[in-house]
Design a protein around this ligand. Structure first.
Ligand code: DDH
Length: 290
């Protein structure tokens, strides 16, 4: 098993230390804020890149996941779910140019960790070891969730990755960050009032606000009755319609620490899907900009 790790290191030329990766972390962190882009930060779209590059995993045949960074290849870049992620990939290419020794899979997943932590979220343990693969590693379209569907679909998609109901709800809390774009998914608007701050507001809003169908020409989505400035997808609302999911929404709405703890665990697990343990040199690190 160590042989594979050694081969991976050989391919990279040498083994890099935590301090080397911390420099990459700092370079990503330094460029998160982008005046004029969305709500002023690239963090949300970098989290989405990390998630979509990992969420293709299928535990049945061990295909997909973050190992090979296959979204670099046209077929996967063009999967409908990945619309707009070219913005995140192009941005991360500038970091890659400055640190050419890092693999794309490590870079994109580290980007997700930086984005969550620098937006005020929990520390997410992370370690390097992913290797760049080939176009034949691209998985078929349809492995990421379809926002128009409901609880059965969520379970079908996330159980395939190896997650349970609690982890599905915790991961969904990432929608505290960011917004939907009509030219990417067709949906429109942010989930929370502070879309560049990682918090449990997604859950408090899901629990407390009255939501109604938005009347518009776009795809079916919900709006909050009071301000009509927030949105929920049909898959988001499934978390309060389904009893087993709702139990965890209530816990996370009440207890932000519980959400942070569970999110950190589930997100770290997500980012390692499809990576053979033998490619990791040791335990995960806690990175950060102290
Ligand atoms: Fe998501 N997500 N997501 N999401 N997601 C969108 C944006 C963002 C679904 C659909 C959409 C997760 C789960 C789900 C983020 C993180 C995560 C958009 C809008 C759609 C649609 C894209 C656009 O128009 O720009 C669905 C469906 C699910 C589900 O079924 C569970 C998970 C698990 C995560 C995660 O990171 C762990 C983030 C962040 C965004 C905001 C992106 C942005 O540019 O802003």
């Amino acid at each position: 098993a160590r042989g594979v790790a050694a081969a991976a290191e050989g391919k990279l030329g040498l083994r890099h230390s935590q301090q080397d990766y911390q420099k990459v972390y700092d370079a990503i962190a330094e460029k998160l804020e982008q005046e004029g882009y969305d709500d002023g930060s690239l963090a949300p779209v970098l989290v989405r890149l990390a998630w979509h590059s990992s969420g293709t995993y299928n535990k049945e045949d061990n295909t997909g996941g973050s190992n090979y960074a296959t979204m670099r290849f046209k077929p996967e870049a063009e999967h409908g779910a990945n619309n707009g992620l070219n913005i995140a990939r192009d941005h991360m290419q500038k970091i890659k140019d400055a640190f050419p020794w890092i693999s794309y899979g490590d870079l994109w997943t580290l980007g997700g960790v930086v984005a969550v932590q620098e937006s005020g979220g929990p520390t997410v343990p992370w370690r390097p070891g992913r290797i760049d693969g080939f176009e034949h590693h691209v998985t078929p379209d349809g492995r990421l969730p379809d926002a128009a569907q409901a609880q059965d679909h969520l379970r079908f998609i996330f159980y395939r990755m190896g997650f349970n109901d609690q982890e599905i709800v915790a991961l969904s809390g990432a929608h505290a960050l960011g917004r939907c774009h009509t030219d990417r998914s067709g949906f429109e608007g942010p989930w929370t009032f502070s879309p560049v701050t990682f918090s449990n507001q997604y859950f408090t809003l899901l629990q407390d606000e009255p939501w109604q169908w938005r009347k518009w020409k776009g795809p079916a989505q919900y709006e909050d009755k009071k301000t009509k400035s927030l949105m929920m997808l049909p898959t988001d609302m499934a978390l309060v319609k389904d009893k087993s999911f709702k139990k965890f929404v209530d816990i996370y709405a009440k207890d932000e620490d519980a959400f942070f703890k569970d999110f950190s665990k589930a997100f770290a697990k997500l980012l390692e899907l499809g990576v053979p343990t033998s490619q990791f040199a040791g335990d995960a690190w806690k990175m950060g900009s102290e």
